[in-house]
Design a binder for this molecule. Structure first.
Ligand code: PEP
Length: 248
């Protein structure tokens, strides 16, 4: 299981240090074998890696929230995957719905970013999810299935990526998909993945969208749920640790 925290455009340097210290302490004492990953804003990656250094064995990994499709060049404001790797990241998030919506990122662009991440030796967490209109129109499976296939580069091995299913209408809204809906969608994503490559039966498929300590256990207990991608609740040590504990 992977319990991932997407800090988005939040946190100060001091707050990041104390949150990572609390998470590292928890990982050092945690009984289960779930992996914890945090995705801080790019300017805090150095701070987070320094605070977490020496604690990698306890299961805390660090990732970037996005990367460019090119390895370097004239792309003002962007961050290349090799820069994330050099800063100490093991992961990068690509295709978050806020990137797809705010920056017009298509699944083809997301796949190019994922290729860049793999070239840099990073693991990619590829985000997919339908809007409320798409769900109400009965198109959720079709939309998410296409996002998975089009965002996932051909030829990745099963240890190079994870999928995060995040229904757009559940992100930051307090509305959580029901366990039945999550179960149906994760089963569908599993079928899409194994249709591409049989070895993808062991890919972690994370659920994201208003995951909190009080709903984590029900969601994480579902067969094809391999973890959680957590936004708001990942900013509070107690909440994030409680979610990680629910993962076992
Ligand atoms: C997210 O941003 O990936 C997310 C799931 O946010 P929240 O947990 O706040 O809904």
């Amino acid at each position: 299981m992977i319990i991932a925290g997407n800090w988005k455009m939040n946190m100060t340097r001091d707050a990041a240090r104390s949150l990572v210290t609390a998470l590292s302490d928890d990982r050092a004492n945690a009984a289960g074998d779930s992996q914890m990953v945090v995705f801080p804003p790019a300017v805090l990656i150095d701070t987070v890696c320094a605070a977490a250094s020496g604690l990698a064995a306890s299961g805390l990994a660090v990732g970037g929230q996005d990367c460019h499709a090119m390895d370097s060049g004239a792309h003002t404001g962007d961050i290349a995957a090799p820069m994330l790797a050099e800063a100490g990241c093991q992961w990068v998030l690509v295709g978050h719905s806020e990137r797809r919506a705010d920056h017009g990122e298509s699944s083809a662009m997301v796949a190019d970013k994922a290729r860049a991440a793999i070239r840099a030796g990073l693991k990619v967490m590829i985000c997919v999810g339908e809007t409320l209109d798409e769900r109400e129109a009965g198109r959720a499976n079709e939309v998410v299935g296409a996002q998975v296939l089009d965002s996932l580069p051909e030829g990745l091995t099963a240890d190079q990526f994870a999928i995060a299913y995040e229904p757009v209408w559940a992100i930051g809204t307090g509305k959580v998909a029901s366990p039945d809906d999550v179960d149906d969608m994760h089963n569908h994503i599993r079928a899409v993945l194994t249709g591409r490559d049989a070895s993808y039966d062991r890919i972690d498929i994370l659920y994201g969208g208003s995951v909190k300590p009080d709903n984590a256990e029900a969601l994480l207990g579902l067969d094809n749920v391999g973890g959680a991608l957590v936004g708001g609740a990942s900013l509070k040590a107690d909440d994030f640790i409680a979610i990680a504990r629910a993962a076992g």
